[in-house]
Design a protein around this ligand. Structure first.
Ligand SMILES: O=C1O[C@H](COP(=O)(O)O)[C@@H](O)[C@H](O)[C@H]1O
Length: 260
């Protein structure tokens, strides 16, 4: 697993634009070398900010949207089309504006879908969808995602892995249901740490003063059960993309002078 690298931008707008530019490059590179690319999206303010910046970037046309697989790191287990679902917000921010192949948009199940309110069945179905997409060249029952993005919550949660809850302790399954999440809604579906760690690159997004303590805790050697963001690592790269406010409680020696 890779050691975290940090890039600190002046403010959250610049962070979103720079991360969007970085994502375009990674997708185009993956499509050039392997034919297609796979990206795991995150919900939350920073993830949606990045998608909106990508929608506004003229270079978005460099991506072949028909050869891109989109997955989600977590989902709020709500009815289809609910404005609080991560997929609904991603569609509004970007997905409705680009020519994606609908077969390659792998949204997590909704609470009024084929599994009804059975969140564990919904999680199992998503795990099976991931397993079907994994090839022999992958390292287990999930594809080797090119980039997996995670918003970092003020309590250090990533995806729907909240401190001390059972989901963050999962070591076998790749997707699990979550009940009793401290942030609404309480019922969610999430990738587990083993699934997250299958990604080539994991990008953690943290902008705003309310993320400063979380970044400081996760990057100061905390355990992943207490601080789930600390356990999110990519096989080749783990990149923390921060703005100056979110980096304000980190020792200045942790990131190069040129990046702030
Ligand atoms: O509920 C969620 O929160 C986190 C972080 O969101 P933020 O608004 O505090 O940035 C997000 O990463 C996750 O996908 C989402 O379901």
């Amino acid at each position: 697993m890779s050691t975290p690298q940090l890039v600190v931008h002046r403010d959250k707008e610049l962070m979103a634009q720079a991360a969007a530019a970085r994502l375009i490059t990674r997708i185009v590179d993956a499509q050039s070398s392997r034919g297609s690319a796979s990206v795991v999206l995150t919900g939350g303010r920073n993830g949606n900010g990045l998608l909106a910046a990508l929608a506004a970037a003229p270079a978005r046309d460099a991506i072949d949207w028909s050869r891109l697989d989109l997955w989600w790191g977590d989902e709020r287990f709500l009815p289809e089309g609910d404005p609080d679902r991560n997929v609904t917000q991603a569609r509004e921010a970007l997905l409705d504006a680009v020519p994606l192949d609908p077969e390659r948009v792998h949204a997590m199940p909704a609470s009024d879908g084929p599994y009804g309110s059975d969140v564990e069945a919904a999680a199992e179905a998503y795990a099976e969808e991931l397993a079907r997409a994994a090839g022999p060249e992958n390292h287990g029952p999930v594809p080797t995602f090119d980039v997996l993005m995670l918003g970092v919550g003020p309590d250090t949660h990533v995806a729907s892995l909240f401190p001390e809850l059972p989901a963050v302790r999962e070591t076998e399954r790749t997707v699990v249901g979550v009940r009793g999440a401290p942030k609404p809604p309480p019922t969610r579906v999430t990738l587990t740490l083993p699934a997250i760690r299958a990604a080539r690159e994991v990008w953690l997004l943290a902008a705003g003063e309310d993320k400063a303590q979380a970044a400081a805790i996760a990057l100061s050697g905390a355990g992943e059960i207490q601080a789930p963001a600390a356990g999110a690592r990519g096989r080749a790269r783990t990149l923390w993309l921060l703005d100056a406010a979110a980096a304000s409680q980190l020792p200045r020696s942790m990131y190069p002078p040129a990046s702030a």
